[in-house]
Write a protein that binds this ligand. Sequence first.
Ligand code: FUL
Length: 433
Amino acid sequence: MTVKPTKQQLEWQELEMGMFIHFGMNTFTNREWGDGNEDPRWFNPTNFDAHQWISVAKEAGFRYVVLTAKHHDGFCLWQTRYTEHSVKNSPWQGGKGDVVREVAKACEELGVKFGFYLSPWDRHERSYGTPDYDRYFKNQLTELLTDYGEVVEVWFDGAYGGPPGKEHKYDWRSYYEVVRKLQPNALIAICGPDIRWVGNEEGVAPETNWSVQDATTFHTCLGMTGKVWYPAECDVSIRPGWFWHAHEDEKVKSLEHLIDIYFKSVGRNSVLLLNVPPNNKGLISEPDIQRLREWRKVLDKTFAVNFALNKPAKASSVRPDTKPSNAVDGKKATYWAPSESAKEAWIEINLQQPTTFNVSMVQEHIAEGQRVERYRVEAFDGHDWKIVARGTTIGYKKLDGFETVTATKVRLVIESSLATPLIQALGLYRLEV
Ligand code: FUL
């Protein structure tokens, strides 16, 4: 049976990009991992403005955010009832401040989806390592899932750097029950059954990237076995560290690097979660804002014109309920499929005039699963057909960059597919940096 995404997984994939927000005690101690002994009074962002964060996110094209509500040091950015180690005991807003509330509110106002990171590993909380910790963790989850509106994603980090053998035996199934009960539409990521970690922190998905995976322990604890839909998320920071450090203001990733990340994450059937850490004033810094603007400008310019859009299309064969032109109609509900018995499958677009481009984009109709395992793209320059791109999996979106060509026709050849390929879109673009 074909494994398919849930409605929530499909909608999440279509968001394409989220902004990770690492902010907390480490922002003030210049560290990446706090040890849990920090004094809450050190947390004091004097110009805190969550609206600025979310405006920056929105302008850069991020459709959701994931805020570190609690990192490994255990310091809580919201008014939790279950520990004193929180903003309640910081001078910020006289101890009445709530970062989670302000971020969730700004998200709501600006139409960006809200999610949070809650570190299972907690270096401050005394009950860590005992059954009481499961209660503590679920109480905190309950607060976050009840008091702050709709949550799109809950990020359970798998990191543990404590003494060997002392890691808490997390009762994952009971955590998932809390999430499902309070926010049935929220996706549980990383140490969870809905979204998988891509496996590195570089923002790079593997070239062959299947959203269909073998069930992991996060699934079997829920009674799920065999093959499951488990799409990848690429988390990477715009700076060397996850948290803001003054000395990294000069080390914001280059425009070229960010474009490369976009192609190797969103363009390889993954969702990009790019971390942009606010500084100790409580604002996103200028160098990050400038770089995000440059990046957005290039992406907008590149993808504004699709040279294949609404151009005449023909195919090796056509399943009667589809049409070749469906692949170039700009609609996500329609697709081209070759006939079920076909041995070969290609679709050809007549560009009608010599057209210059260097990027191809292919999308499968993943609502019906992920199928293609090998393809190539060819361009006709008036004399010969030339291969411009080759690839393995496609999935939600595959982007291939290549040397600029000028062609009058383009062909996508599906060389191998697990089942009838359903091609939702074929696009051609020109990237200029
Ligand atoms: C890791 C953590 O240890 C880092 O501090 C950061 O939060 C990253 C996203 O996940 O596991």
